[in-house]
Design a protein around this ligand. Structure first.
Ligand code: NOJ
Length: 747
């Protein structure tokens, strides 16, 4: 018997919502029986609207294809004016009138932009993430988008990889929980509601681990690491009802993701029972030729389809090859029918046959509503991570700012920026909808706010003069708030970097302002962990703001001025040096852990020229108040693996007290280590977390229950096991804190 442990509590598994309805099955079978081979293939064809497509850049006339019933889905168009004319061709001119499904990447909001996903994950607030996803769906669906290529659930341990910005960070369980929250939000309670859109968990699997942190590069993973670290978020998305998944551009142990039968069929369909659609990534079927596993378009289409890719995004290969491959007997028509059935089933479940068109007026009441803006502001506030807040000579830290008595110099390229605050995956967000920082601070500080741009993101010959101007402004202030970081387009797809420092003249600007001895608050905008080792010396306070979205200004002003206390916690470790990458907190002990030998020439796993530890660890974040943890308690000193398998649970608890002078929200994190099993296990692995809000002086007991499912891993022989051994558990404020207690796991 399986009990509900922490993972299930976070993921909330439920039966898939989109199959098994008798009326839908009947309709799908009727349609299928009347379709020609070409019409069937058409359902598996996807093009990007308006553009040239495929490896040969063939122009596509989407209306003509739609009228023939040869196109099943289209991405990158939205709104009644653009969608309805194409849809009319499909519904009114094609033989069977099957509507087209319109898709888009709605990654962190549609018109109301929420923080980038890495920032959203730093809230550790699953209900809030679900609400952001729901609002994204309400906005996007009102403009005809019923298929969203989100969430990206690729675990990443490497900040050089720019797409870490789109992920839930470095931890597997957190990515599982975040994936499920996104899926629930996008798909809603009922797919047939006009506000629902299909979610798409991507990119199956391991895409977040390219060698060298280079986007699109090869991935080398053992089956164990694949199963324990990279696959679980996809399983969690599936358990939450996710209707679609996407393959990737990369190879996994030499096999391209888009031709990876082991992952896409053996695991996804046969082991997990996935019933939804698998879509390729953009021309990733065409790229099978470039990878060298296919010699031409025909073999590429054959390999991708046989491996389990249902829909061809943009390669122009299914439309040209699939029917022939079926006629030649290389693909069984039954297998093709299964894929077509999956697509038709989803179209039925969405109610597309009943409501194929976009209601031209609908989005006026859904987009950028006060409620959406309020949630965008709250999400931004909760995503901010206070990294440092040292006491000044006065005995108080610079944050929060006392608005009645402080003159603030706001300095840096983000001071007056609009677009930069939105982040890197913004398809429909607009600059003019974005609330910038200077006016929001101005509302609170009036004439006590001074502003200077300082410098840009690239080196410029004008830097010296504008840095000097910023220095003058800083001299006239009590506190300098430096708003620096990556430019919005420095993280994201194909945005790998070898340098993780503040780009352009920003380090120089910070040094020059710090030299004035005006205390510095550094606010960092970024889509990835940056190296802030030198900055931590120059700034007395540091607040990580990610890319906060539409409500950036008010959210930041409220946190800086103490109207809310920061509560975000890192979901990816911040390194001391880029040379440490990749560097997850969840490392194995190794035979020579870093503290096993402290001699001058220690022969341990580390560096000669840099510490082994991160600068700011996974889970870390301060607040304007302080929290204390009791020692961790467990419900039993010993437990048998057999009892666990039969449904026994292990309770782990601790008391947290707000010992500071303000209310605040803490995120308690449960980590475990298992020793004595068949394989080496990480010295810390997140197994649960709770956000708790505590008033001054208030305490609360946080309790976790671990089931066998929480403790299983891939043992020797690639079998899932819950093994005897010693389990250490600790409830701590971050991955590098706390003293674990031990529990014997007997046979
Ligand atoms: C390529 C990206 O890898 C994928 O995540 C995205 O959904 C598609 N382009 C479509 O825009």
């Amino acid at each position: 018997m399986e009990s509900t442990g922490e993972r299930d509590r976070l993921v909330r598994p439920q039966p898939p919502p989109f199959f098994g309805h008798a009326a839908i099955e009947q309709r799908v079978s009727d349609l299928l029986a009347r379709m020609t081979l070409e019409e069937k293939v058409g359902q598996l064809v996807q093009f990007s609207s308006g553009g040239a497509t495929g490896p040969d850049n063939v122009e596509v006339n989407e209306r003509e294809l739609a009228a023939q019933g040869f196109i099943g889905s289209i991405l990158n168009t939205s709104g009644a004016d653009d969608i309805n004319p194409i849809q009319r061709c499909a519904v009114e001119d094609s033989r069977l009138g099957i509507p087209i499904l319109f898709a888009l990447d709605v990654i962190h909001g549609y018109r109301t932009i929420f923080p980038v996903p890495l920032g959203l994950s730093a809230t550790w607030d699953l209900e809030l993430i679900e609400r952001c996803a729901r609002m994204s769906a309400v906005e996007a669906a009102s403009e005809g988008i019923r298929w969203n290529f989100s969430p990206m659930v690729d675990v990443s341990h490497d900040a050089r990889w720019g797409r870490i910005m789109e992920s839930g960070g470095e931890d597997t369980l957190l990515n599982e929980a975040v994936a499920a929250a996104f899926v629930r939000g996008y798909q809603g309670d009922d797919l047939s509601e006009p506000t629902s859109m299909l979610a798409c968990a991507k990119h199956l699997a391991g895409y977040g681990a390219p060698i060298g942190g280079r986007d699109y590069d090869s991935v080398e993973l053992s089956e164990r690491t694949l199963r324990d670290t990279y696959l679980p978020p996809f399983k969690a998305a599936l358990d939450a009802g996710c209707a679609t998944m996407m393959s990737g551009f990369h190879t996994v142990a030499g096999v391209p993701s888009t031709a990876n039968r082991h992952i896409l069929r053996d695991i996804l369909r046969d082991e997990w029972g996935f019933q939804g659609i698998v879509v390729s990534d953009w021309n990733s079927i065409g790229e099978l030729v470039t990878h060298g596993v296919a010699i031409d378009g025909r073999t590429a289409a054959l390999k991708a389809f046989s491996a389990g890719v249902d829909v061809d995004m943009q390669a122009n290969l299914y439309v040209t090859q699939l029917a022939d491959l079926v006629r030649a007997g290389e693909i069984a028509e039954d297998v093709l029918n299964d894929a077509v059935r999956r697509m038709l089933r989803l179209k039925c479940a969405l109610g597309l046959f009943e409501r194929p068109y976009v209601d031209a007026g609908a989005s006026s009441s859904t987009i950028l509503t006060p409620a959406h803006r309020a949630v965008a502001r709250q999400a931004a506030e909760r995503s901010f991570v206070l990294l440092q807040n040292q006491a000044l000579a006065s005995g108080r830290p610079a944050l929060p700012i006392d608005t009645a008595t402080t003159t603030v110099a706001l300095i840096g390229p983000y001071a007056r920026s609009h677009h930069g605050l939105l982040g890197g995956w913004v398809m429909r967000g607009r600059d003019e909808d974005t609330a910038p920082i200077a006016p929001a601070l101005g509302e609170r500080l009036g004439e006590n706010l001074l502003i200077a741009d300082g410098c840009g993101f690239e080196r410029d010959e004008r830097d010296a003069a504008s840095i000097q101007e910023a220095v003058e402004v800083a001299r006239r202030a009590d506190v300098a708030v430096l708003v620096l970081g990556e430019r919005w387009d420095m993280s994201g797809e194909a945005r790998s970097r070898t340098r993780l420092d503040l780009p352009g003249g920003q380090q120089e600007l910070l040094k020059a302002v710090a030299a004035t001895r005006t205390p510095v608050v550094l606010v960092v905008f970024t889509g990835r962990p940056l190296v802030l080792t030198r900055e931590a010396e120059d700034a007395s306070s540091m607040l990580l703001a990610w890319f906060p979205g539409t409500e950036a200004g008010p959210a930041l002003a409220r946190v800086l001025c103490g109207e809310v206390s920061p509560s975000g916690r890192l979901t990816a470790s911040f390194p001391r040096h880029v040379g440490q990458m990749p560097m997850p907190y969840s490392m194995l002990s190794t035979g020579r852990p870093v503290d096993s030998d402290t001699g001058a020439h220690a022969m341990v796993v580390g560096y000669r020229d840099e510490a082994r530890a991160s600068l700011f660890p996974f889970g870390f974040g301060l607040s304007y108040t302080a929290f204390e943890y009791s020692t961790t308690a467990v419900s039993a000193d010993a437990l048998s693996a057999r009892d666990l398998d039969d449904g026994a649970m292990l309770g782990v608890s601790a008391t947290i007290t707000n010992t500071g002078s303000r209310p605040g929200t803490e995120t308690a994190q449960l980590y475990v280590e298992h020793r004595g099993g068949s394989v080496a296990r990480p010295t810390r692995l997140l197994k649960g977390f709770r956000r708790v809000h505590l008033d001054t002086g208030e305490e609360c007991r946080v309790e976790f229950t671990l089931s066998a499912a929480d403790l299983r891993y891939t043992g020797e022989g690639v079998r899932e096991v819950c093994e005897p051994g010693v389990l250490s558990a600790v409830i701590a404020p971050h991955a590098a804190d706390g003293t674990p207690v031990s529990v014997q796991i007997t046979t």
